[in-house]
Design a protein around this ligand. Structure first.
Ligand code: F3S
Length: 286
């Protein structure tokens, strides 16, 4: 069996940068309160918890004067304000590409455009962006969700959640352009996402199957799985090498390996090592 890793794959620049900042803060302060899970990967969160990480859901849970970590997804201004009120020391891991999307959304609003954000309204990045805006923002997950804007003579601005699929974004832009009188477009999909999606798209055509490793709670990992399946490649989605289904591998000569942008290097390495010694691993798994 031949293994073909997608290239690039795994941790993106923004998550790597945020986790490095978090690790430095843990080393310096011992205890750090992360607002929401710092990375969409349960195994990595468990490792960081061993170093002193405490995950909280709200800024109100950070003790007065505590150290608070803002993950790569960023947060809205209300949360930053609450942390300030609590005299928290803030370690800001907001990805610069997310920051750019936040700033572009504010710019569109200040220029009087009705803002359309292509993304998942439940995603923390999207919530952090919409929290900056006055309320006249529409989050849409597809072109169909735009609805009827006829006769509105609308000036619209559109941008994207950074991890959105390029096809979905371009569909929404195309549909919007036919429904409004003026459209300003900011493509805020980050390169890391597009590169990882393209590498999976190409790999899917060359192999007998693809193993995607990454958190089941990771939106970007889910999208890699969707793309792989849309290319017709049998696709196995696991969080860790212990979940490998050896029967799924049977008869496949070339296997692609891809990882979400929130999958740490050590989990990918463990998977590749496990696949490289299938007899031993099989024995252990039975
Ligand atoms: Fe940033 Fe892109 Fe990663 S927005 S967090 S580099 S997927």
């Amino acid at each position: 069996m031949k293994l073909l890793p997608a290239d690039p794959t795994g941790l993106c620049f923004g998550v790597r940068r945020a986790i490095e900042a978090l690790e430095a803060a843990l080393a310096e302060h011992g205890t750090v309160y992360a607002l929401g899970s710092p990375i969409h990967n349960p195994q990595e969160v468990a490792r960081l918890a061993g170093e002193g990480l405490i995950v909280v859901e709200k800024a109100e849970e950070v003790p007065e004067g505590g150290v608070a970590f803002v993950r790569a997804h960023g947060v809205g201004p209300g949360i930053v304000e609450e942390l300030r009120r609590r005299s928290a020391r803030v370690v800001d891991g907001t990805c610069p590409f997310v920051r750019r999307a936040q700033e572009r959304a504010s710019l569109l609003e200040s220029e009087g455009y009705r803002v359309f954000l292509v993304g998942d309204r439940d995603h923390p990045e999207v919530q952090g962006i919409t929290a900056r805006l006055g309320g006249d923002v529409r989050v849409v997950g597809s072109a169909e969700e735009i609805g009827d804007l006829s006769g509105s003579g609308l000036r619209a601005g559109v941008l994207s959640q950074t991890t959105q699929r390029a096809e979905v974004f371009s569909d929404v832009v195309a549909a919007l352009s036919l429904k409004v009188s003026e459209l300003k477009v900011f493509n805020t999909i980050c390169n890391a996402t597009a590169e990882r999606q393209n590498s999976v798209r190409q790999l899917a055509r060359q192999v007998d199957g693809i193993i995607v490793i990454g958190g089941k709670n990771s939106a970007n990992t889910r999208k890699l799985v969707e793309i792989s399946r849309s290319q017709g490649a049998p696709t196995l989605w696991i969080e860790k090498s212990e979940e490998l289904d050896w029967r799924w591998l049977e008869g496949k000569l070339q296997i692609g390996v891809a990882a979400g942008a929130s999958t740490p290097d050590w989990l990918i390495q463990k998977l590749i090592t496990t696949l490289a010694i299938p007899q031993v691993a099989k024995g252990e798994g039975n």
